[in-house]
Design a protein around this ligand. Structure first.
Ligand code: S3P
Length: 433
């Protein structure tokens, strides 16, 4: 689908409620499915990725029902049972769609079951690296075959044992996979990462009664049973990021984004915006089901300045880097992003694709091996067709760039926004009113 975007005729004003966090939604369904008992999950994501997780656990015998569009009732015995009647996925083959979180986290659960299974992905997911989970799982005794480190993954269920794993990557997906394997393994499992990645898994496992202890960049889990508890899912800061950047760069904007998850392992975008001189204010801070949450007031800022984003910053804003590149194009001076080489392994190679497409509309961006450098401030010409490479976050970042281009742009593959944020455009139209 080709989507055209042009400068808005009105200021962005008013108030929106940001939809459900994708990372937390995945975990709510996964962990409630392996917990004993019944619970209600409120504000579940409508994105396609989270529905891949939901369908997979339904097929594994978990009773999951929608009470309304965003509320789930989940009942589980704590055991997964493949091939029950009505199983929509024959032969224990479970499609994960576009979702890396589904494939990587579920692998940790399936590797320790008493049945075999296969996880498949779409074209993009089948190109993403899986050695990062296969290697540590194999050290735990798992048997997984892949196509040269890529999906499909064929998993032979077996008893696992705990390990201590110093990871080279700060990846919440790898960490969560190993913790979920460790939850049902013999002995203790410790995962150590170079910088702290998002800790939703640690928080939610603890909330559901797991024997888990986190300290700095190390987390240890002992075999334990989970007990179902109701979960309220906060709004997604990665979705809010598109609105934050739009508010800062579209002249005359002043609006409030409500119910945004502010977990410190995810809120790097807020720190960066402050470093860049952005006019942003956090209101009404509170805690919901163990997660920090607040409302964000954002206002157009004429004088933004570039900054350096590196090291421990990176895992705290990894998914926001494409839209930060757009923000940087409207800030004076250089914005340097480094230590972010794993951006090349996301739904697309987010370094090359971003640089190639933003250059088309006049952004001064240079690709580096582990990041990029944007020189601002630049008047964006627009007047180009931009390719989203089937990547939801690129499609939405280009939409934001389109709001400050001189001429209309067209975005190819805009329908991929459905992966994480089907409500994206409608929410924007509420602010244009
Ligand atoms: C996620 C972790 C991040 C992020 C992804 C979701 C998660 O990936 O990019 O969108 O929910 O755990 P990595 O952990 O691989 O960096």
């Amino acid at each position: 689908m080709l989507k055209t975007v042009s400068r808005p005729l009105r200021h962005l004003k008013g108030e929106i409620v940001i939809p459900s966090d994708k990372s937390v939604s995945h975990r709510a369904v996964m962990f409630s499915s392996i917990a004993k008992g019944s619970c209600i999950v409120r504000n579940f994501s409508s994105g396609a990725d989270c529905h891949s997780t939901l369908n997979l656990f339904k097929a594994l015998g978990v009773d999951i029902q929608f009470l309304d569009e965003k509320t789930l009732k989940i009942h589980s015995s704590g055991k997964l049972i493949p091939n029950k009647t009505n199983n929509i996925y024959p032969n224990n083959i479970y499609p994960c769609g576009n979702s890396g979180t589904t494939m990587r986290l579920v692998s940790g659960i399936l590797a320790r079951q008493n049945f075999d299974s296969v996880l498949t992905g779409d074209e993009s997911l089948s190109k993403r690296p899986m050695k990062r989970i296969i290697e540590p799982l194999t050290l735990m005794g798992a048997e997984i075959s892949s196509v040269d480190g890529h999906a499909p993954l064929s998993i032979k269920g077996r008893k696992l044992h705990g390990i201590t794993y110093p990871s080279k990557l700060a990846s919440a997906q790898v960490k969560s996979c190993i913790l979920l394997a460790g939850l049902g393994a013999d002995g203790e499992t410790t995962f150590i990462e170079p910088s702290l990645s998002r800790n939703h898994t640690e928080l939610m496992l603890e909330y559901l009664g797991a024997d888990i202890k986190a300290e700095d960049c190390s987390v240890t889990i002992r075999p334990s049973e989970l007990t179902a508890r109701d979960i309220d899912i906060v709004g997604d800061i990665s979705s809010a990021a598109f609105f934050i950047v739009a508010g800062l760069i579209v002249k005359g904007s002043d609006f409030v984004i409500k119910n945004v998850g502010l977990n410190p392992t995810r809120s790097g975008i807020i720190d960066v915006v402050m470093r860049m001189g952005g006019d942003i204010e956090i209101l009404n801070k509170r805690t919901v089901s163990g997660e920090d949450v607040g409302d964000i007031r954002v206002r157009y800022t004429e004088k933004l300045r570039g900054c350096t984003i590196e090291g421990d910053d990176i895992p705290r804003l990894i998914d926001e880097l494409p839209v930060i590149a757009v923000l940087a194009s409207q800030a004076d001076g250089e914005t340097i992003v480094k230590d972010a080489g794993d951006l090349r392994n996301k739904e697309s190679d987010r370094i090359s694709c971003l640089a190639r497409e933003l250059t088309k509309i006049g952004v001064d961006i240079k690709e580096a091996e582990d990041g990029f450098i944007v020189n601002g401030k630049t008047k964006l010409n627009g007047g180009a067709e931009m390719e989203s490479y089937h990547d939801h976050r690129l499609a939405m970042s280009f939409y934001i760039a389109g709001l400050v281009c001189e001429k209309e742009i067209a975005i190819n593959g805009f329908e991929w926004t459905k992966i994480s944020f089907p409500e994206f455009e409608e929410l924007f139209s509420n602010l244009f009113k």
